[in-house]
Design a protein around this ligand. Structure first.
Ligand code: AMP
Length: 174
């Protein structure tokens, strides 16, 4: 089963060299999303095992596409973690280092209840900064992070190192 999912994903992710900047090999998930059988299988695999989760946090923008159906599958709520300035009500903010400059992610201050157990979902785990900032936001908002699940992990960037103590699961590691 794991091997079948890994093959479904590997054959439907398109490598785009030098996007969005020279030297980056961008992992384009749009061919995977466009295949209904593969999309359903991937959502089921991302959701597998997370029965005790009350909310799923998705990271703008591609994380939304995966996290919302995972939340629906689990019977959990969906919470958007958005780029600076996009959420309308009061927010917590967390800034983190990118290769060039910094980025800021935000979540609504009332997005979670203290009893919430939150699964973070994203498409790609690269250096881990985005996922670490998201975990920090969820904790600031008073909830518990149960783990992080991603479609694809770029193992050579060692993103797990920034997520010490959190279970990280990836469907495919490259
Ligand atoms: P990082 O904070 O370095 O782990 O980067 C993770 C975030 O950036 C995720 O939300 C990904 O969508 C995006 N990302 C980083 N590297 C890539 C890549 N090579 N291909 C596609 N998306 C990427």
């Amino acid at each position: 089963m794991a091997a079948e999912i890994a093959d479904l994903i590997a054959t439907r992710i398109r490598d785009v060299p030098d996007y969005p900047q020279p030297g980056v090999l961008f992992k384009d998930i749009t061919p995977l999303l466009a295949d209904g059988v593969a999309f359903a299988a991937v959502v089921a695999a991302l959701a597998a095992g997370s029965y005790d989760v009350t909310k799923v946090a998705g990271i703008e923008a591609r994380g939304f596409i995966l996290a919302a159906p995972v939340a629906y599958t689990l019977g959990a709520g969906f919470v958007p973690v958005r780029k600076h300035g996009k959420l309308p009500a009061q927010t917590y903010a967390e800034s983190y280092q990118l290769e060039y400059g910094t980025a800021t992610l935000e979540v609504h201050t009332d997005a979670f209840h203290p009893t919430d157990r939150v699964l973070i979902v994203d498409d790609v785990l690269a250096t881990g900064g985005t996922a670490a900032a998201t975990a920090s936001l969820i904790r600031q908002a008073g909830a518990t992070v149960t783990g992080i699940v991603v479609l694809l992990e770029l193992g050579f960037l060692a993103g797990r190192g920034k997520l010490a103590g959190l279970p990280v699961r990836s469907l495919v590691m490259v």
